[in-house]
Design a protein around this ligand. Structure first.
Ligand SMILES: Cc1ncc(COP(=O)(O)O)c(C=O)c1O
Length: 380
């Protein structure tokens, strides 16, 4: 059903028995098999064993969890953080704490599934605005104010958005979201799963990139992408994080918190980035190099502003076929089709990594040229 990797996640991988350039992983900084992270994880296994054994608030709270949360708060420049077993559970855990039945959430139409699930679990009313359309968001905020006034209600409200949209690589217009949040007195939540370790100074994230830290109430993120480990987190004011640790169902009702070895690897990733941002710079150098080569070939690359590069194909079968042809050429880029993206918007999603060498990128560009011409996607 799925292609299978032998060996570690890296710029090149062995996939179904074939060595290919890996252009599908979230391993933005090449940390997934970094010797320092591997050592940190191994040392943590020696020290703590392999399982947390219980929920954090029962008897599963290890000192490495506290150290990671402290370092993450320092890195994200927030008061406090709470780490979860995944970014998905961070979103489904925190949203029901921020809003409940009778409240309202304003959500970008392309937000990640875990945000959508978090909203569903909260039982708040969702108002979906058109992708990045601030006029549409303001229309909904205005309408909501008017109807609440008419009914004499005072619902809690939340605007929530991905920072880097995971299938298109474009950025939310966070400064404008923050401005609307201020204007209408609505809290803002940003999910930066694909921006942490990638955007902002030394990978501090997209909120840092835009310089609007004060306007964002809470952020969620993932430790499984740029940080090369596994897990997720909520970052924000201490009063909220305290509530998250006591109330978030996906945090409390699991004996699978982030395991000590993953916490140790994530902590090492943060320490390394805080010391030297070379991997972030390498990532962007690779991304800019690849983009410049691919756009010359004439591909439609959507509106990406990040290392997520959608090579637009349109037709679903064609996208699948292209992915297979690329694999035959020694390059793996995943076809993304409906329902992950809208019908007729199928694409190959290319994920650039600091782990790619220039030779890897050149080989990938050559394959895109050959396959694109063969399939009539680009001109000869
Ligand atoms: C925007 C976004 N939020 C949340 C998640 C979930 O994070 P995780 O993979 O750590 O569960 C993902 C990724 O898969 C994502 O792309």
């Amino acid at each position: 059903m799925f292609k299978t990797i032998r060996g570690p996640q890296g710029g090149e991988i062995n996939l179904d028995g074939r060595d290919v350039i890996n252009m599908a992983s979230n391993n933005y900084l090449g940390f997934a098999d970094h010797p320092a992270l591997v050592k940190a994880a191994k040392d943590a296994i020696d020290e703590y064993g392999v399982s947390a054994g219980a929920a954090r608030h029962i008897i599963g709270n290890f000192e490495i969890h506290n150290q990671l949360e402290k370092k993450l708060a320092e890195f994200k420049e927030v008061e406090d953080t709470c780490v979860f077993s995944s970014g998905l559970t961070a979103n489904t855990g925190v949203i029901p704490i921020l809003v409940g039945k009778g409240d309202e959430v304003f959500s970008d139409e392309l937000n990640h599934a875990s945000i959508i699930d978090g909203i569903r679990l909260s039982r708040a009313t969702v108002k979906v605005y058109k992708h990045k359309d601030m006029a549409d968001l303001e229309r909904l905020l205005k309408e909501s104010d008017a109807s609440a006034k008419e009914d004499g209600r005072t619902p809690n409200k939340l605007i929530v958005s991905d920072a880097v949209f995971s299938m298109d690589g474009d950025l939310a217009t966070i400064p404008e979201i923050v401005a609307l949040g201020k204007k209408y007195g609505v809290k803002v939540m940003i999910d930066d799963a694909h921006g942490d370790g990638v955007m902002g100074k030394a990978g501090r994230g997209t909120v840092d990139h835009f310089g609007v830290r004060d306007g964002v109430y809470v952020e969620t993120g993932s430790l499984s992408k740029a940080f090369g480990s596994s897990g997720g987190f909520v970052a924000g004011p201490k009063e909220l994080i305290d509530r998250v640790k006591l109330q978030a169902r996906s945090f409390i009702f699991t004996a699978t918190p982030i395991q000590p070895a993953f916490a140790a690897a994530a902590l090492k990733a943060l320490e390394m980035l805080m010391e030297d941002d070379a991997p972030v710079r390498k990532l962007w150098e690779n991304r800019d190099y690849f983009m410049s080569k691919l756009s010359v070939l004439g591909y439609d690359l959507g509106h990406t502003e990040s290392p997520v590069v959608p090579v637009m194909v349109g037709d679903e079968d064609k996208a699948r076929e292209m992915s297979e042809k690329m694999y035959d050429e020694g390059v793996f880029a995943q076809a993304i089709v409906y329902p992950t993206v809208a019908k007729g918007k199928a694409r190959l999603r290319v994920m650039i990594s600091a782990a790619h060498t220039k030779e890897d990128l050149d080989k990938a560009v050559k394959a895109f040229e050959k396959v694109g011409k063969e399939m009539g996607l680009i001109g000869n």
